[in-house]
Ligand binder design. Structure first.
Ligand code: DGY
Length: 327
């Protein structure tokens, strides 16, 4: 197929397979050659004169950026979450927005379980303890954690990733509660999950795992009040978006042992952490690694490239967020 006479920009290097697809399909592809997030000024300049932009969740694509990208037809996000893009503003300008759902579901669900285990069984704390030369032999009271098997798992947001996390609980004979706007019959049948309101889920769960997308209705969905409803022996895990949890309120709850612990892959103001968070022993904090496997990031790259090229060909991208622009 002849190359498209288009000018595409990629805001940061992504796996080669995605870049190769873009280079095969488009006459001009420019990539930010520095391995860092572009500054706002740099982004505003870099998007000018482009037909398509492949951007990341760390790029804030607001009305000003969309205006700077005058004539651009598509912003292809290299992420399933698209809260970094002002989608209504893109739609108003006739710009397509795409994302990468599905391909990162398993990797993110796996990481959620890794965090749940690491937090409840105090793995990072134990690792630090051993490395510091403090291990003097088995001890009856050393680093006791929380049980997982047979406990109650509360899933907040039973979409693709929340469902995948819940299904993984089968091996641990867990009771599953879920909170979602919609009933998830498949989940109910597969693991006997029970739909509950948020308050009941928080009160009854031993593990609360957050899987909602970020918008104004979910910002600080978990705050001081909600943390106060959780059992003092319960754990919170968040692999969705940081602002869904009020991080300052969480630090206070963890410090006062109002809940047992938390595993956070995402933070309210990434890469900054709420004051005091990193000093706490009862929290595990990887740096937003949910989708960070070689195969998953490669699939995200090829899917983002597929979406971008389809939009520039005038076809319907497989993962269009704002289909209204295609009408
Ligand atoms: C996403 O795709 O939204 C993830 O947060 C990336 O890991």
């Amino acid at each position: 197929m002849p190359k498209l006479a288009v000018n595409v920009y990629v805001t940061r290097e992504i796996p080669q397979a995605g870049l190769d697809m873009l280079r095969d399909a488009c006459e001009r592809v420019e990539i930010n050659s520095e391995d860092r997030v572009l500054s706002r000024e740099e982004l505003l300049t870099a998007v000018q004169g482009r037909d398509g932009v492949l951007c990341l969740l760390t790029d804030t694509v607001d009305a000003a950026v969309l205006d700077a990208a005058k004539g651009c037809r598509v912003f292809a996000n290299y992420a399933v979450g698209h809260n970094n893009i002002d989608v209504p503003a893109a739609t108003a300008r006739g710009i397509a927005v795409t994302n990468t759902p599905g391909v990162l579901t398993d990797a993110t669900a796996d990481l959620t379980w890794a965090l749940l285990f690491a937090t409840a069984r105090r793995i990072p704390e134990g690792d630090r303890y051993t490395r510091a030369g403090r291990f003097r032999g088995w001890s009856p009271m050393l680093l006791l954690g929380g049980d997982i098997s047979g406990r109650t798992l509360g899933i907040i947001g039973a979409g693709r990733i929340g469902t995948a996390v819940a299904l993984r609980s089968r091996g641990f004979r867990m009771r599953v509660l879920y909170f979602d706007r919609a009933q998830n019959e498949a989940l109910e049948q597969a693991v006997g999950a029970e739909r509950a309101d948020l308050e009941r889920l928080l009160r009854e769960s031993d593990f609360v795992s957050v899987h909602v997308s970020l918008d104004e209705s979910t910002r600080h969905l978990i705050g001081a009040r909600e943390l106060g409803l959780m059992k003092p022996t319960a754990y919170l895990v968040n692999t969705s978006r940081g602002p869904v949890v009020d991080e300052n309120a969480l630090v206070a709850a963890l410090r006062q042992r109002r809940i047992a612990g938390a595993g956070l892959d995402v933070f309210e103001n990434e890469p900054a952490l709420a004051p005091g968070l990193a000093e706490l022993d009862n929290v595990v904090i990887p740096p937003h690694l949910g989708s960070a496997t070689i195969a998953t990031r490669t699939r995200m790259a090829t899917l983002a490239a597929t979406n971008l090229v389809a939009a520039l060909r005038g076809e319907r991208p497989p993962n269009i967020v704002n289909p209204e622009v295609l009408a």
